[in-house]
Design a binder for this molecule. Structure first.
Ligand SMILES: [Zn+2]
Length: 130
């Protein structure tokens, strides 16, 4: 299944280059605070001197929403689970959670970043860890 559309630009090129290599990257200021990938300024100290650094790839479930739909070819409803995960470095990231039973979700559930074909780019999604 593809995830998209996703557009590359100057601000996202480094993020998508890392994603193509299977690496999830965050921004980090000189004081060591992590910010989300789209951040232009440190969310803790305000520094605009942000470097790209690799994330560990783990997260904890913060919140979620389940969207039910019925494919034209199928007779059963399919759940799409959208989640907010708190990355182990602190920033929050939202994406789809794949292959998870919506009835078994709970705050704090351990997640991991995985990558899917987004057409032109690899894009991060969440999977259950472990
Ligand atoms: Zn900072």
């Amino acid at each position: 299944m593809t995830v998209g559309p996703v557009d590359r630009d100057q601000a996202t090129a480094e993020f998508f280059d890392a994603a193509a290599d299977g690496r999830f990257v965050l921004r980090r200021c000189p004081d060591g605070h992590h910010s989300e990938p789209a951040g232009a300024q440190c969310t803790t100290c305000g520094s605009t001197q942000l470097a790209w650094v690799p994330a560990a790839g783990g997260a904890s479930l913060v919140s979620w929403a389940v969207v039910w739909s019925k494919p034209e070819s199928g007779s059963e409803q399919v759940a799409t689970v959208l989640v907010i995960g708190e990355l182990d470095e602190g920033p929050w990231w939202w994406s789809r959670l794949e292959e998870a039973d919506p009835a078994r979700l709970a705050v704090g559930l351990r997640l991991k970043i995985a990558f899917r074909d987004g057409g032109a780019e690899a894009v991060p999604v969440f999977e259950l860890a472990g």
